[in-house]
Every structure is written in C-alpha cells, then in structure tokens.
Design a protein around this ligand. Structure first.
Ligand SMILES: Cc1ncc(COP(=O)(O)O)c(C=O)c1O
Ligand SMILES: N[C@@H](CCOP(=O)(O)O)C(=O)O
Length: 479
C-alpha cells in the first residue's frame, strides 16, 4: 500500500506507511491518503463478525490494519495491535460495546479508554506504532499537537514515559473544561510539555501546520503529528466503524452513523470505511453552533470562520472552524485532483477564507455517492437530549454525543433519515460535568482513577498565538 498527499500532482511518488506515520503532514501541506481503498465484501464481513465475537476487538483491528500496512511484518503488527487494545486498558473489555436506547437509536461507546474519550481508540495504537518504528530506526520524534481538550490527554496518556518521544501539546488558553485541563496539566513527565496558547483551537492547529511547513525546523527536530492529520489516527478510527456495524447488523444490512464533528477526523474514518465497502447508508454529520461543516453539506460552500467568530460552546471539543481533515474528503469528492485541492486549501482559502463546490458534479451527487447528511445543535438542544436520553432509561450522554443524538433524532423525525442509526459516543460525561449538572441536576459518576486530579499541581506554560514563540519553547527544551 502506498500513500499520496491530497495535494499530490501526477508525478508524485507514493510513500510507505511507516514513513508517513512519522512524517504526519505531507511536505506540500496536504494530508496523506492511500492511493486506493482496499475493498471488503460481504463474505469478509461475515468472517469478521465471527472473529470479533470469538477473538475480540484487537483481532478485528489487526485484520483492518493489515489492509493498509505492508511495511511491518505481520507478527509484529499483531503484537502492536494486541498491546494497543489490551482489554485491561478499557473500562469495558469489549472495547467498543454497542447498546440500544428505548427509541431504537444505537450508541457505540468509544470512550472506555484511559482518558475517557474516543481519541484513545486511535492514540493507543499510535503510541505503540511510534514506539515500534522509532526503535526499529533508532530514531526519536518531537510530537507537536493541538487539542481542544481530548486529543491532548489521550496523546499524553499514550506517549508519556516513551523515551524516544517528546510531546509539545498546544491548547486554547482557558477554553477547556476544568477536568480536561486537569487531565493534561497534572501530568508530570519529562517528555510532556503543555502549552496554553492565547487563542482558540484553530490558532493552535494553524501553529502546528506553520511549524510543519518549516522544512528545516521539521527535519532538525523530527517533528511528527498525533492529530488526525496523521493517517495513522484515521486508520485506527476506521476499525470501530467495522466493529459497531458488525454488532448492529446481524445480516449485513446497511446502517447509518451519526458522528459529532469538529476537525472531521472521526467522520473521515467513517467515509473511508464506506469507501471500503462497509454498508453504511448515511453518514450523519453533527456540529454544535460552530457549523462550518453543516453549512458545507447543506450548501456546498466551505466558509471558515476566524477566531472571533468561533463560539465557545458546551461541547467545547468541537469548537473548531477550520476542519483539518475535511481536505481528505474533498480530495475524494474531486476524484483526487491534487492540483485543484492544493489551490482550494492553499491559495483560495488564504485569499478569501472560503470556496464553493455547489456546482461540482461530486457535490451534486454527494448524498448518493458519499452518503453525507448533516445538522447542528444549540446548547438548549444538547440539554434537552441529555435529559430525554437520561429520562428514557438512565443513560447519561456527554454534550458531544448529545449533538449527534440531536441531529440523528431530528432527521429521523423529519423522514430525512431512516433505518438503524448508530450514534458515536465520544466522551464520558465526567469530562463535562458542568453541562451534565445543568441538564440533570446530578454530578456525573467519576471513575476512581480520576479522583482528585483537579487538586494536583499544574504543569503548563502560557504562550502567545505565535509559531515563533512555540519554536523557541521547543528549542529551549531540546537544544
Ligand atoms: C468528545 C469529542 N467529540 C467529538 C469530536 C469531534 O471529532 P472530530 O474532530 O474528529 O470531528 C471531538 C474532537 O475532535 C471530541 O473531543
Ligand atoms: N477535538 C479534538 C481536536 C483535535 O482533533 P484531532 O482529532 O485532529 O486530534 C481535541 O479534543 O483535541
């Protein structure tokens, strides 16, 4: 399997998995995608259903990963995947259990891992892959990441204590919940540096991209990525679409997924699973008040917003107005016309802050070809869905999951969506206890491992919204 950048031209050569794993963002500023998507048929799915039932999530993850990774010997890859998905690391040994609510909506529980958010599903694998490949090369890596609250803790939990890895994690100053801040800032590890940037998540992500575009700096410090710009993240996230589908669809009939979306990584993985032949009827994209992506799927116009227009909401991890991973979908929509993608995401976005694909055949036919439908929700919608879901059978959902539940129930009620729908549960309520308490009048349960984290000393430095200031911090630590 070879990988090419979304901005590649016809002369670009494909790269191997382990190279792009360590590289993260492509040198041309694009994101890596496999040259073609491996196909999975009904027979294979039936065999995987049985495999998941008998051998568990890691066995399925190995099968899916094997389709994309051919530069790690199979026995090694199996070991990597088994270490990543050891049942003991997850609250539920099924790893991705699926439950059904009284109204028929399914929930795929993705936040049973060490940091209580779906990011663990990919980050646990990425941590193992980095460790393996760095050791094989005798190399080190400097991870530069951006987080709105969940990627940061999942990455730090997965990477701390790994001697070949230094992590610099940028987060938007004052915009994460107290619990999210405590998860990251309480970590006291020589390989972890938390940097609170005076800006929003998009500013942090812009800094990550700007530093990655400085080829000399990137090479000198071996800068790599853990955000979903890294193909390894997306590959790991593809697996849980298969796992959820196989549990919900006993006969292989299509299922829809409702996905709370911000940086478009989660739903990009669903798109890829669908392109591989997984019978996904609709991919239901749900945003909060930061509705750039919903606007695109309703109108064909992609209009990024500035920091001042990025709302601070009660599903804060999705307070994102420039969805990094959206470029992967647009590359498929434009049938991998890399030169066009480069213009849209380079010159055009820089000059005008928007582009319009409404007349593009790929967009006109997108619901048939790609299956996306969308919607957004407000604070009041989230509170109402948290209450309604809890009242029905005691299930407590976090505000991001509530965004997905809201959009799925709204589209089901209007007849725009039908058939079985799986909403992806992306975080445990404990991470957002303020909103849960507002909705339900009760404090969400706290797993014992997180007891008292807010009282621990904080390890974080503050920095201006400036890539040079961040480079200076990296140099100061590593030189
Ligand atoms: C809890 C939670 N839900 C949903 C999302 C949105 O996922 P994505 O950014 O992959 O679209 C995020 C962050 O990205 C998150 O942290
Ligand atoms: N919501 C994320 C934002 C970063 O998204 P990623 O999937 O690209 O890492 C977070 O919680 O940090």
């Amino acid at each position: 399997m070879r990988y090419i950048s979304t901005r590649a031209n016809s002369t670009s050569e494909g790269r191997q998995f382990c190279d792009i794993l360590l590289e993260g963002l492509a040198p041309d500023g694009g994101l890596y995608l496999p040259e073609s998507y491996p196909q999975v048929g009904a027979e294979q799915l039936a065999a995987w259903r049985e495999l998941l039932r008998t051998d568990g999530y890691a066995a399925l993850a190995f099968e899916v990963a094997s389709l994309f990774v051919d530069d790690i010997p199979a026995a090694d890859l199996r070991g990597i995947v088994e270490r990543a998905y050891e049942p003991d690391k997850f609250i539920d040994p099924a790893i991705v259990p699926v439950t059904q609510l009284p109204d028929g909506l399914w929930l795929a529980h993705l936040s049973n891992g060490p940091s209580a958010a779906f990011k663990d599903m990919a980050m646990q694998l990425l941590g193992e892959l980095f460790e393996y490949e760095l050791e094989r090369r005798g190399a080190t890596i400097t991870i530069l990441g951006a987080t709105s609250g969940d990627t940061g803790s999942a990455a730090e939990y997965a990477l701390m204590g790994k001697p070949a890895v230094q992590v610099f994690m940028l987060s938007p100053l004052g915009r994460m919940t107290p619990f999210q801040q405590a998860q990251m800032f309480s970590i006291d590890d020589p390989g972890i540096t938390n940097i609170a940037v005076a800006g929003v998540f998009d500013d942090c992500q812009d800094i990550v991209k700007e530093i990655n575009s400085d080829a000399a700096f990137k090479q000198q410090y071996a800068v790599g990525a853990v955000n979903s710009i890294n193909w390894g993240r997306v590959l790991a996230q593809v697996v849980y679409y298969f796992a959820a589908f196989l549990q919900v669809s006993a006969d292989g009939a299509p299922v829809s997924f409702a996905v709370p979306s911000g940086n478009f990584g989660n739903i990009a993985a669903g798109h890829i699973a669908r392109m591989m032949g997984l019978p996904i009827h609709r991919l239901v994209l749900a945003t909060n008040e930061n509705d750039v992506l919903d606007e695109f799927f309703r109108t064909g116009r992609y209009r990024v917003r500035g920091s001042a227009e990025t709302h601070e909401t009660s599903s804060p991890s999705m307070d994102i107005s420039k969805a990094s991973n959206f470029e992967r979908f647009v590359a498929d929509l434009l049938e991998r016309d890399g030169e066009r993608v480069a213009i849209l995401f380079g010159k055009e976005l820089r000059a005008t802050g928007q582009f319009d694909l409404s007349d593009e055949p790929g967009f006109v036919e997108q619901v048939e070809r790609f299956g996306f439908v969308s919607g957004s929700s407000t604070h009041a919608d989230r509170l109402a869905r948290i209450r309604e879901t809890h009242a029905a059978d005691g299930t407590m959902i976090d505000p991001h999951t509530a965004d997905a539940v809201h959009v799925a129930r709204t589209l089901l009620a209007s007849g725009e969506l039908d058939g079985p729908v799986v909403a992806l549960e992306t975080a445990l309520p404990v991470k957002f206890s303020g909103t849960i308490t507002e909705a339900l009048g009760i404090v969400p349960p706290r797993p014992p491992v997180f007891e008292g984290i807010e009282d621990l000393p904080r390890h974080v430095v503050e920095a201006p919204n400036d890539a040079e200031a961040i480079k200076a911090l990296i140099r100061a630590k590593l030189d």
